[in-house]
Design a protein around this ligand. Structure first.
Ligand SMILES: C[S@@+](CC[C@H](N)C(=O)[O-])C[C@H]1O[C@@H](n2cnc3c(N)ncnc32)[C@H](O)[C@@H]1O
Length: 240
């Protein structure tokens, strides 16, 4: 069981870090990292200023203390670069990691996911993918990191309900794949456990969760008072 005071402390720290993660998503990353069995390291693709990195690292510290490899060229994604100014997030990332006292467990790799994967020899127990959001690049992240993930390891993808690229990749190659079971989603994150081959029961369940995910997303398109939408979303969550 995760201690509530742990979570409250991480919330306090991460609230001060600019980023793109809900607290529920942060708690999910914390608990996935805490549950790592120590047979593989933790990898993060896309760290920005370290918000998700801190959640992962704090969770790992409560568990088997697997290293967290934080991979990011720190020059931003296309959606950030459009703003016209030069982006360099590494200094702020380092400062936030040190301030959160997780610099002993976080290993920054200032490269793109593709470059980092070329000479990455460690086995991966958990990977969180939140780098470039274009369909081809999310698919590339899945393809190059999947072979490095251990059997039973977890792959997690951010922005799979709202961004067309990650959404389509997980729907086509995770929810409908024969190599994942226990697929689920919390807020915008989809998680899945790698298996050599899933069973028919796993595939039925994965498709059922995909149907719930589609239902969950469609609630925002219906013209209803906010309170009604949040009530329907709560009911959908109870159906997991
Ligand atoms: C949405 S931000 C990540 C947010 C972060 N996970 C958080 O919780 O605050 C996306 C990050 O991906 C990085 N990025 C873009 N292309 C990348 C690539 N090919 N490989 C690794 N990281 C990439 C960008 O530099 C940016 O920092």
């Amino acid at each position: 069981m995760m201690k509530n005071d742990d979570i409250e402390k991480v919330k306090k720290i991460t609230r001060k870090i600019e980023g793109f993660l809900t607290e529920r998503e942060g708690e999910l990353l914390f608990s996935l990292a805490k549950d790592c069995k120590g047979q593989g390291v933790i990898v993060e693709i896309g760290s920005w200023k370290g918000k998700s990195t801190v959640w992962l690292a704090k969770g790992s510290k409560r568990g088997k203390k697997a290293k967290v490899y934080a991979i990011d060229p720190h020059t931003g994604s296309s959606e950030h670069q459009k703003q016209g100014e030069k982006i360099w997030t590494f200094e702020e990332f380092k400062k936030n990691i040190e301030k959160a006292k997780v610099d002993d467990i976080v290993v920054p790799i200032v490269k793109t996911s593709e470059d980092a994967a070329k000479d990455f020899e460690e086995k991966v127990g958990l990977i969180f993918i939140d780098g470039a959001h274009e369909y081809e690049l999310v698919k590339l992240d899945l393809d190059i990191w999947f072979p490095k993930v251990i059997e039973g390891g977890i792959m997690a993808f951010h922005d799979t309900t709202c961004w067309p690229g990650p959404k389509k990749v997980v729907e086509d190659f995770v929810y409908r794949s024969k190599h994942f079971k226990n697929v689920d989603f919390i807020d915008t994150i989809t998680i899945a456990q790698k298996v050599e081959k899933n069973s028919l029961k796993d595939r039925i369940r994965n498709n059922y969760i995909l149907m719930l995910k589609n239902l969950f997303e469609s609630v925002d398109r219906i013209r209803l008072p906010r309170i009604m939408r949040s009530l329907i979303k709560r009911i959908i969550k109870l159906l997991h």
